[in-house]
Design a protein around this ligand. Structure first.
Ligand SMILES: NC(=O)c1ccc[n+]([C@@H]2O[C@H](COP(=O)([O-])OP(=O)(O)OC[C@H]3O[C@@H](n4cnc5c(N)ncnc54)[C@H](O)[C@@H]3O)[C@@H](O)[C@H]2O)c1
Length: 340
C-alpha cells in the first residue's frame, strides 16, 4: 500500500489505449488527470469511471502550454499518449498532426520538467518504417520511407518525439521511459481511422466484404491492450527504465489475409475477402510496411512482459466491443486507409 496518492496525468486519456490506462491507474488508487482534446477520443470511452472521485477531466490540447501546465501542476508522472495516431491522419491532416505529434510532445516534456514529474512516452513500431528485420529491437537501424510521402510522416514525428525524450533525459535529467507499441488492439478501438482489426471485424459483422489492402501478405504482430497497459505502468514505475525504449508487441506474426480468415472464423461470418490495391484504397504512391516483428526481450527482462492474449481472443473482444450499444461499428466510408 502506497503512503501518498500518486498524481498521474494521462494525455490522450479519452482514447483507446489511454482509457484502459486511466481505468488501471484509478484501480490502483492514483489520482488521474486526463488531458484530451477529444479529436479521436471520446468521453464515452471513460464511461465506466466517469463518476470515480479520483478522475479529473481536462479538455484541451497538448499543443497549448497553459492547458498542459494546468493539467500537470503537482503531478508525479505523466503518461503521454495524446497523438494524431497512425499514418492516415498524417496523410489527411499533415500540419495539425505534425503540430500535435512534435510540438505537443515538446510542450508535455517541458511541463513535466517544470513540475518535476516523470514521463512515459507512447511511441510506435512505425518508427522502423520499411525495416523488415526479424526482430525490430529498440535500438536497431531504421529504414525510412521518402520524405515527400506524408504516409511516413507519422514515423518521422514519433522519431523526433523519441529524440526529444532522450535529449530531455541526457541533457536535463528528466526521467523518461519510452514504450514502443506495435499494433495494439482491443475493446474501444474503432476502425474509423483505418485500424485494421476493428475495421475488418466491423466488415465481417455487417456481412460485407473484408477489404484487405495490397497483396495481403504484409504481416503484423498484434498485441492486446490488456497485456500492454499493465506493462506500460510497470515500466513507468521501474527505476531502471529511464532513458530507454521498450518494445511492447504481440507474439504471433500474421499476414493480413490470415487475419481476415481468422476474423471470419471467430465471428462466423461468410463474407468474402477482397484484395484492394493500395492506389484504390489510399492515395497514389501509398506504401506500407511489409513486416513488423517486435523484440520484446528488453521489456520481458525488466518487467516480465509477456503478450499472452491469443489473437482469436482479441478478435472476439473487439467484436463484442463493436456490438455493444453505443460503440459504433466502422462505416465503409470511414475505413479507407490501411492500418499499420
Ligand atoms: N493503437 C496502436 O496500435 C498504437 C500503436 C503504436 C503506438 N500507439 C500510440 O499510442 C498512443 C494512443 O493511441 P490510441 O491507439 O489509443 O489512439 P487514439 O486516437 O484512440 O488516442 C489518441 C488520443 O489523443 C487525443 N488527442 C489527439 N490529439 C490531441 C491533442 N492535440 N491534444 C490532446 N489530446 C489529443 C485523442 O482525442 C485521443 O483520445 C498514441 O501516442 C499512439 O501513437 C498506438
Amino acid at each position: 500500500m502506497r503512503a501518498t496518492t500518486t498524481r498521474s496525468v494521462v494525455t490522450g486519456g479519452a482514447g483507446f489505449i489511454g482509457s484502459h490506462l486511466v481505468e488501471l491507474l484509478l484501480q490502483r488508487g492514483d489520482q488521474v488527470i486526463v488531458l484530451d482534446d477529444l479529436s479521436t477520443g471520446t468521453v464515452s470511452n471513460l464511461a465506466a469511471v466517469a463518476d470515480h472521485p479520483g478522475l479529473e477531466m481536462h479538455q484541451g490540447s497538448v499543443t497549448d502550454p497553459a492547458a498542459v501546465r494546468g493539467a500537470t501542476r503537482g503531478a508525479d508522472r505523466v503518461f503521454h499518449l495524446a497523438a494524431a495516431v497512425g499514418a492516415h491522419l498524417l496523410v489527411d491532416f499533415p500540419l495539425s498532426s505534425l503540430r500535435t505529434n512534435v510540438h505537443g510532445t515538446e510542450v508535455v516534456l517541458e511541463a513535466a520538467r517544470e513540475t518535476g514529474a516523470e514521463v512515459l512516452l507512447a511511441s510506435t513500431s512505425e518508427l522502423h518504417s520499411k525495416s523488415t528485420a526479424d526482430r525490430l529491437a529498440e535500438d536497431a537501424d531504421r529504414i525510412l520511407g521518402s520524405r515527400v510521402l506524408s504516409r511516413w510522416t507519422y514515423a518521422t514525428a514519433k522519431s523526433i518525439d523519441e529524440a526529444f525524450a532522450h535529449a530531455y533525459w541526457t541533457e536535463l535529467g528528466l526521467p523518461v521511459t519510452i514504450t514502443r507499441l506495435f499494433n495494439t488492439c482491443g475493446p474501444r478501438q474503432t476502425g474509423r481511422h483505418g485500424m485494421v482489426v476493428p475495421r475488418l471485424v466491423g466488415q465481417a459483422l455487417r456481412g460485407g466484404p473484408l477489404t484487405v489492402y495490397g497483396d495481403g501478405r504484409q504481416t503484423r504482430c498484434f498485441s492486446y491492450v490488456g497485456d500492454v497497459v499493465p506493462a506500460m505502468v510497470a515500466l513507468a514505475e521501474n527505476k531502471h527504465s529511464k532513458g530507454q525504449a521498450f518494445d511492447l508487441g504481440g507474439a504471433e506474426e500474421v499476414s493480413m489475409l490470415e487475419l481476415a480468415d481468422r476474423i471470419l472464423a471467430v465471428t462466423g461470418s461468410t463474407s468474402p475477402v477482397v484484395l484492394v490495391p493500395y492506389e484504390e484504397a489510399c492515395s497514389a504512391g501509398y506504401e506500407d510496411a511489409r513486416r513488423r516483428v517486435p523484440d520484446n526481450t528488453r521489456s520481458h527482462d525488466l518487467v516480465g512482459y509477456v503478450p499472452s492474449t491469443p489473437l482469436d481472443t482479441m478478435i472476439r473482444r473487439v467484436a463484442e466491443s463493436l456490438t455493444t450499444p453505443g460503440n459504433e461499428s466502422p462505416t465503409p466510408a470511414m475505413a479507407e486507409m490501411p492500418a499499420s
